[in-house]
Design a protein around this ligand. Structure first.
Ligand code: UDP
Ligand code: MG
Length: 319
């Protein structure tokens, strides 16, 4: 029996990369045509270039192509969610439009799932070649810290590129949180995952949409969504300072009673202590604020995405 594979492709300003992408996927689909059929679900994430026009043309020429166009830029996470909600395949893969997630791995991923041992095949870059040094350094730090303090297993170098069984997709769709951090969600839902290592590939055309600042914000999302440790740490630091000040108070009282005298000295140290402690208080307040703002966003229950156009009649316009 032939399986249906859905490919979910978030696209933001990818007009240059898309033709390369479709060509490569068609080649791989041809290779796999004995065992699998394809549905290619492009999500235009509010692109400002001609991505949508390119997708309309694709859909005209190729019946496997479906596209969902967002009413504005909702971000890659929302695009992936829209894809997962609307994919119909027995197996579903999420992949980038820039060929950094090589479609040539699909046959191997497919046969691993077909063997029945695993529920998902995920990919992991073993090199970070071609990436700025500083960015690699911070990325490594991020993975080290988050794995210490969170219970979602987040693998260093893991890509969002993976092929999953329907059951796993259902579980991911059921996690309808607004602040999405897929690397954590994939780990959190569990299932047996096979990790497929590969060498980093440079993007085929166009340029990366991730600035350092955007990546930093994304890593904060990772922490806040999958760990309560920052809250615990600020509570512990606060407790530590309370104990310290009790000791200091006792010390001052005892000194006064036993040795008398007045203590006018120590203006500089006093200022330092006040500045340090108030800084610490603001930092802890900021940490609470991060969690509170995420909670606020969740509570509002706004849609994940809004479609303005699609060629898929079954697609949910708002979700
Ligand atoms: N992307 C998206 N919305 C955004 C930013 C990116 O859908 O707001 C898509 C983009 O088109 C690409 C994928 O997410 O298919 C990965 O983006 P990119 O290649 O820029 O990231 P990098 O590979 O540099 O981490
Ligand atoms: Mg890329």
């Amino acid at each position: 029996m032939k399986r249906l594979i859905s490919l979910i492709v978030p696209c933001y300003n990818e007009e240059e990369a898309l033709p390369h992408f479709l060509r490569e996927v068609s080649r791989v689909a041809e290779e796999m045509k004995e065992n699998a059929e394809f549905e290619i679900l492009f999500i235009d994430d509010g692109s400002k270039d001609n991505t949508l026009a390119v997708l309309r043309q694709f859909a005209k020429d190729d019946s496997r192509v479906k596209y969902l166009a967002f009413s504005r830029n909702f971000g890659k996470e929302a695009a992936m969610y829209a894809g997962l909600c609307n994919a119909k395949g027995d197996y579903v893969a999420v992949m980038d439009a820039d060929l950094q997630d090589p479609p040539s791995l699909l046959p191997q991923m497919f046969s691993i799932l077909e063997s029945g041992e695993y529920d998902s095949v995920a990919t992991r870059r073993i090199t970070r070649a071609g990436e700025p040094k500083l960015r690699s350094f911070f990325a490594r730090m991020f993975y080290r810290v988050i794995n210490r303090i969170s219970d979602a297993d987040i693998v260093d170098g893991a890509r969002d590129y993976r092929l999953m069984r329907r059951e796993m997709v259902k579980a991911i769709v059921a996690m309808s949180e607004r602040n999405r951090f897929s690397k954590g969600i994939f780990g959190w839902v569990g299932f047996r995952t096979y990790w497929l290592p590969y060498e980093n590939v440079s993007r085929v055309a166009g340029k990366s949409k991730w600035s350092f600042w955007k990546l930093f914000r994304y890593s904060v999302d990772g922490f806040v969504n999958f760990s309560q440790a920052p809250l615990t740490i600020s509570a512990i630091v606060g407790g530590g300072f309370t104990v310290l000040s009790v000791v200091a108070i006792i010390f001052i009282i005892v000194r006064k009673l036993c040795f008398g005298g007045s203590s006018v000295d120590g203006w500089a140290s006093l200022v330092c202590i006040i500045a340090f402690v108030s800084g610490l208080q603001l930092a802890c307040l900021g940490i609470i604020g991060q969690y509170l703002s995420k909670t606020y966003l969740e509570v509002k229950q706004r849609p994940h995405y809004i479609l303005k156009e699609t060629n898929d009649e079954d697609a949910e316009q708002i979700r």
